[in-house]
Design a protein around this ligand. Structure first.
Ligand code: CUA
Length: 129
């Protein structure tokens, strides 16, 4: 689950697409239903925690690996200097579904990010009405 606390707490879940639902050009065990969209050429800070057991939020191509630990907030930061998709997987043996919790970042130009986050802020505001 992801929350954009600097953007009106836009939040969503990001689940792996099951093998029997994935398209022919999809990446089995890696693609998700909702990607984390982030602006390129921006310093990104993330806070990581967990609700059940210890996980590890990892994106190898960004050099990021941070434990998600129940009852704690861990912090790390990174900077993506190009657009594209960045894949990762949980990297702490966390249970029966450890193999099925991939991470996907979609890095986009800042103006696209503004548009994306605006749409999501608006749709979450609609939920309040
Ligand atoms: Cu979560 Cu392994």
């Amino acid at each position: 689950s992801y929350e954009y606390s600097d953007f009106n707490n836009v939040e969503f879940d990001s689940y792996m697409i099951p093998t029997n639902e994935i398209s022919n050009d999809g990446f089995r065990l890696l693609d998700v239903d909702n990607r984390i969209v982030l602006p390129m050429n921006s310093q990104i800070r993330i806070l990581v925690t967990a609700a059940d057991v210890i996980h590890s939020w990892t994106i190898p191509a960004l050099g990021v690996k941070v434990d998600g630990t129940p009852g704690r907030l861990n912090q790390t930061n990174f900077f993506i200097n190009r657009p594209g998709l960045f894949y990762g997987q949980c990297s702490e043996i966390c249970g029966a579904n450890h193999s099925f919790m991939p991470i996907v970042i979609e890095s986009v130009p800042v103006n696209y990010f503004i548009k994306w986050i605006s749409n999501n802020v608006n749709s979450s505001l609609d939920d309040w009405k």
